[in-house]
Design a protein around this ligand. Structure first.
Ligand code: OXD
Ligand code: MN
Length: 584
């Protein structure tokens, strides 16, 4: 239990409001975890899996109305609407607090109020933040123990200074009713209140809420960056290592890329994972350094296999909480895209009978694993380094069937910021709503930027001015399709070929052609040896179709215009320059 008076006062205040049966101060210990698992099994919050097949692993089935992030119920509550900006739902703080207090009144009657102390970031990093989450969900406690460094470590780091910076997070399931589901952020107060949901992205307040929405706000005011980025290390056979950060929208393969295993042809090359979802970056000696604030992975399950991501398969073989996957008759987990034949019978994510003839999916498309990063055989040895790892390249990428080539490089930092700002992707099941619709998702932060997106763009431009050795910036698209709607690029481990070109560019050795959109590799600049790919496909995937780009440029304008005048002039100029290059 912390001695910090401000924490004690806050817990007292929330307990007086929610009126729980008892208060449970979490210490993150093994004993506590075992106790909570036992209780969760008794109350059907968890289902025990076959412990021989998946040791110390459990299945959780969520309420079927509660399976993804809910962007329409997510609010940034700044004093003025302008501060939240054109891309966020805004709600007036005073009124919102009052509404949420109304919903929280007596909400934990007959329940336990858990207090979770946690830190985000390596223990000795200057970027590391302290948070406390109050929740009435055991599932949240069990997941937070995997996803964060939890317990005593946070209490110690906070100390007893009542003015120390820490995040106040309150979560209550209420009655898990979409009508009473609100995920509210109060950046000025460093506070989050989330009610009515049990879905990870809405309720593990460390992750999207603190590390990205509140994090991005703090980052701007404090001069660092909080980004929706994986961080990976690439080491050559000679032992030369680079680190790369990559921003892809939700469910676009960040975890797969972060755990990539190079194909046989790249003998001696090694890829290691620092993080798979969030990167916090600071400037040191004119260079960007990144840390992963998280301690575990909350990844999309369907499609994960020994072919797509062997390191993820090893990571989720034990000590994993599965949410909304299928359960086989022998107590194992199953999902679409898992290795081997589908089971003849299983229980789908809702617990209904399922056979391969069923029309419904066995696992929900946004079913998830929560697993400790220590399980990852490719974990980078510097993952705990407080100063972070130096970033040589930043990669933006989305899911685009057309227009966007496999890879290209920005001419300079500001052009790179433009690539990020105009990035788009086909929507996925990670958020509630239509799947497969192209939407602009600047820097993959559209759902996660906790303040005005125009100021966010300006923050990127300002950071560039402070960098004497800025990372090179690239854009990738693994998802381009040919005329028969087939993927043109094999993806997964073969993405190493693209990564290698990126590293070559960082080393100053990779060849490229100047194109209107940036530096493009020609087919012979990519190492495609021992890859079974048609030359026509390669030309197609690296090609720029002027008609498609005319449309794309018009879309950039529509997007910038839709933001209502907040886009910095440098980015408007970048658009003009891009248009002019097409006319050269
Ligand atoms: C996630 C997401 O869960 O982006 O990481 O939705
Ligand atoms: Mn994410």
């Amino acid at each position: 239990m912390p001695q910090n008076q401000s924490v004690l006062d806050w817990v007292r205040e929330i307990a007086a409001l929610t009126q729980p049966e008892n208060i449970f101060w979490c210490d993150g210990s093994e004993r506590e975890n075992e106790f909570l698992i036992e209780e969760s099994l008794k109350q059907n919050v968890l289902i025990e899996l076959n412990q021989k097949k998946v040791p110390r692993s459990y299945l959780h089935r969520s309420n079927p109305n509660d399976v993804a992030r809910v962007e329409q119920f997510t609010f940034v509550c700044t004093p003025t609407k302008e501060e939240a900006g054109p891309t966020n739902n805004w709600s007036e703080p005073k009124e919102t607090y009052a509404k949420l207090r109304g919903l929280l009144k007596g909400a934990m009657r007959g329940r336990t109020l858990f207090v979770i102390p946690y830190i985000m970031g390596p223990p000795d990093s200057p970027l590391t933040k302290v948070g406390f989450e109050i929740t009435d969900s055991k599932y949240v406690v069990l997941n937070m123990r995997i996803m964060t460094r939890m317990g005593e470590i946070a209490v110690k780091r906070l100390g007893d200074d009542p003015n120390a910076e820490w995040n106040r997070g309150v979560h209550s399931l209420l009655d898990v009713n979409p009508e009473r589901r609100f995920i509210c952020h109060f950046p000025q107060d460093n506070a989050i209140i989330s009610v009515g949901s049990g879905y990870g992205g809405n309720v593990l307040l460390s992750k999207k809420c603190l590390a990205l929405r509140i994090g991005s706000y703090l980052a701007r005011t404090q001069g660092w960056m909080a980004e929706h980025m994986l961080i990976l290390g690439v080491e050559s056979p000679e032992g030369k290592k680079h680190y790369v950060a990559a921003a892809f929208p939700s469910a676009c393969g960040k975890t797969n890329f972060a755990m990539l295993i190079p194909p046989k042809h790249f003998k001696g090359w090694k890829v290691t994972t620092v993080g798979d979802d969030i990167g916090w970056m600071q400037i040191r000696d004119g260079q960007l350094y990144a840390v992963n604030p998280e301690n575990g992975y909350f990844g999309v399950v369907p499609g994960t296999s020994c072919k797509s991501n062997p390191n993820a398969m090893k990571s989720i073989a034990n000590d994993t909480i599965y949410t909304n996957v299928a359960l086989t008759d022998d107590g194992d987990v199953w999902w679409e895209g898992k290795d081997g034949a589908p089971p003849a019978h299983a229980f789908d994510w809702r617990g209904n009978d399922w056979t391969p003839d069923s029309k419904e999916k066995a696992a929900h498309p946004n079913s998830r694993f929560t697993t400790p990063m220590r399980n990852n055989p490719a974990l980078d040895p510097d993952v705990e380094k407080g100063e972070g790892v130096p970033i040589s390249a930043i990669i933006f990428g989305g899911r685009r069937s057309d227009t966007v080539p496999l890879v290209y490089q920005a001419f300079d930092w500001n052009h790179g910021v433009y690539l990020g700002a105009t990035m788009a992707s086909e929507t996925t099941a990670a958020a509630a709503g239509t799947v497969g619709k192209v939407r602009r998702d600047p820097m993959a932060m559209l759902p996660f930027c906790g303040y005005n997106i125009g100021q966010y763009f300006q923050h990127w431009l300002d950071i560039g001015k402070r960098l004497s050795s800025p990372p090179l910036i690239f854009n990738v698209n693994w998802f381009r399709k040919g005329v028969k709607s087939q993927f043109l690029w094999p993806g997964f481990g073969e993405n190493m070929r693209v990564l290698k070109w990126i590293i070559d560019r960082c080393e100053g050795t990779g060849g490229a052609l100047k194109s209107p959109i940036g530096w493009l590799p020609s087919p012979h600049d990519l190492d495609l040896a021992e890859l079974d790919i048609d030359h026509k496909c390669v030309a197609e995937i690296l090609g720029i179709d002027h008609e498609e780009w005319a449309k794309e440029l018009a879309e950039h304008k529509i997007f910038f215009d839709s933001l209502g005048g907040v886009v910095p002039k440098q980015l408007l100029d970048q658009r003009e320059q891009l248009a002019a290059r097409f006319k050269e």
